[in-house]
Design a protein around this ligand. Structure first.
Ligand code: AMP
Ligand code: MG
Length: 475
């Protein structure tokens, strides 16, 4: 048997899901199968190649699957919806694997009772984008959900741009427990069910903590999320929809919608067409982290202490710690990116000094850090040439060199990828795939899976003619 499914969500958390089947796809075709992930999960890759088109499209469920659509709430761009839920996704079950327990979810698999006005479907471009972006995150060591496969359904979906090939992604996640999962029950004042979800989450992600330990869970989530966002910031990753329904308690990056990587460093960078206020701009992500954690604290409040005043005090103590905890994580990321050994009091200023030197200089984020390795002893033109005016950089470099220890070059190259999924390359690959040509997608996928290997064609920023990049949620 390929999958060893369990269904603990269904067993333990009544009232937080609906039993519901994916739409059977009329003519499913496997577009990409993640052989490496299948192998890591102990899945039979041969069986997946043979049956994946059916299993991952809803045409025929894998043996042992028992699909449900999860209920959750969420703050979207600051506004609360008491019921969102899986409007186009089906959780097939939890895979019990050599690496632990993982949710297997289909996304784009048809309407559910949570679909509201949506069609429950997805187009091939956004599903392949999720595949690419999550594979990249995995390749650079950032916690993320993964994609096991993308399948086209043989059905068209209709979007602003016209009819597009429909597709489903099979997503593997440490869990789909979101801040919004807790908000859903808290908004309904379902204290029994909230406690069940708390204990379910603890058992799944923090089994060393005692049942009922809401404060302990909150502290763990705070640390995981702070580390995650710090890693995003180090890579120039902009998630684009940091709504509370897209924040996983596992600490994995989840829901790759309008996300993209920043090219020139500019703190206010926003790509998503719907983020008109820049709520989820690059430099706002740490602030939004705090905002989202405050929403989690509200939902967990009853578990913090039976006395409401005391619970609020405990929550506020935690919330005051978010910024210092995030700063420690960010500093750790930056110390790595600057090739520093150990920690010294001046490191925060050193890190901020480079950002100040980069600002307004049109300096490519990824290449600036990648090329620091060439500048440990001389002012390498490959680095200074990235800056419109390198005066600030030239002032900063000697301070940085004074802090370097032997072996910095190798540390720098190991911490600073040569490659990110460049926006123009992603668009080119997804456009071609939409027209049926997978070659550019496959070449890009191969390049981003070896992010520390230099490959000129995938390293360069978008040409000026590409213009300002705008992304869409793909819904
Ligand atoms: P997202 O911004 O992709 O995380 O989605 C937010 C909410 O909208 C979730 O409840 C989704 O299930 C729902 N949703 C997104 N796209 C669709 C769609 N095409 N059909 C139905 N529901 C959708
Ligand atoms: Mg979502």
């Amino acid at each position: 048997m390929t999958f060893h499914f369990d269904h603990s969500w269904k067993r333990s958390l009544p009232g937080t899901f609906l039993e519901h089947f994916p739409d059977p796809a009329p003519a499913p075709r496997l577009v990409v199968l993640n052989q490496a992930l299948a192998q890591d999960l102990g899945l039979d890759a041969g069986a997946l190649a043979e049956h994946g088109a059916d299993w991952f499209s809803g045409a025929a469920l894998p043996p042992g699957a028992d699909p449900i659509a999860l209920a959750y709430a969420g703050h979207q761009f600051g506004g609360f919806s008491a019921v969102l839920g899986d409007g186009r996704a089906h959780l097939l079950g939890e895979m019990v694997t050599p690496l632990g327990r993982f949710d297997l979810q289909l996304k784009g698999s048809g309407r559910t009772p949570f679909s509201r006005g949506g069609d429950g479907k997805a187009a091939i471009g956004p599903m392949l984008r999720e595949y690419l972006m999550s594979e990249y995150m995995a390749a650079v060591g950032v916690p993320t959900t993964r994609c096991l496969a993308v399948v086209t359904t043989g059905q068209e979906v209709y979007r602003d741009t016209g009819a597009l090939p429909g597709a489903v992604v099979a997503r593997v996640a440490a869990s789909h427990i979101r801040v919004g999962s807790f908000q859903f029950l808290a908004a309904r004042k379902e204290s029994e069910k909230l406690r069940a979800l708390l204990n379910f989450t603890l058992a799944r992600h923090d089994p060393d903590l005692a049942p009922g330990d809401a404060l302990g869970l909150f502290d763990r989530v705070m640390r995981r999320q702070a580390r995650l966002i710090a890693q995003w910031m180090g890579l120039g990753f902009i998630h684009g929809v940091m709504n509370t329904d897209n924040v996983a308690l596992s600490g994995e990056t989840i829901d790759y919608g309008p996300c993209a990587f920043m090219e020139s460093y500019a703190p206010g960078t926003v790509f998503s067409s719907i983020d008109r206020q820049g709520r989820y701009a690059y430099a706002n992500q740490p602030l939004i982290l705090g905002w989202n954690l405050a929403r989690l604290a509200e939902a967990l409040l009853g578990g913090f202490d039976p006395d409401p005043d005391r619970a609020v005090d405990l929550a506020n103590e935690r919330l005051d710690q978010i910024t210092p905890i995030y700063d420690v994580e960010w500093l750790r990321v930056m110390q790595g990116k600057l090739g520093l050994l150990g920690q010294e009091p001046g490191d925060m200023n050193l890190a901020r000094g480079l950002l100040t030197a980069m600002e307004g200089q049109d300096a490519d984020w990824t290449l600036t850090f990648h090329r620091l390795a060439q500048a440990t002893t001389t002012d390498a033109p490959a680095l200074t040439g990235l800056f419109a005016d390198p005066a600030g950089l030239l002032g900063w470099l000697p301070k940085w060199r004074a802090r370097l220890a032997p072996g910095a070059d190798a540390r720098l190259l190991a911490a600073n990828p040569a490659i990110i999924p460049r926006n123009h390359r992603v668009e080119q690959a997804l456009d071609a795939a939409t027209l049926g040509d997978l070659a550019p997608f496959e070449a890009l996928l191969a390049a981003i899976q070896s992010p520390f290997s230099e490959a000129e064609a995938y390293m360069l920023p978008a040409p000026a003619a590409f213009g300002r990049y705008v992304t869409f949620c793909g819904t």
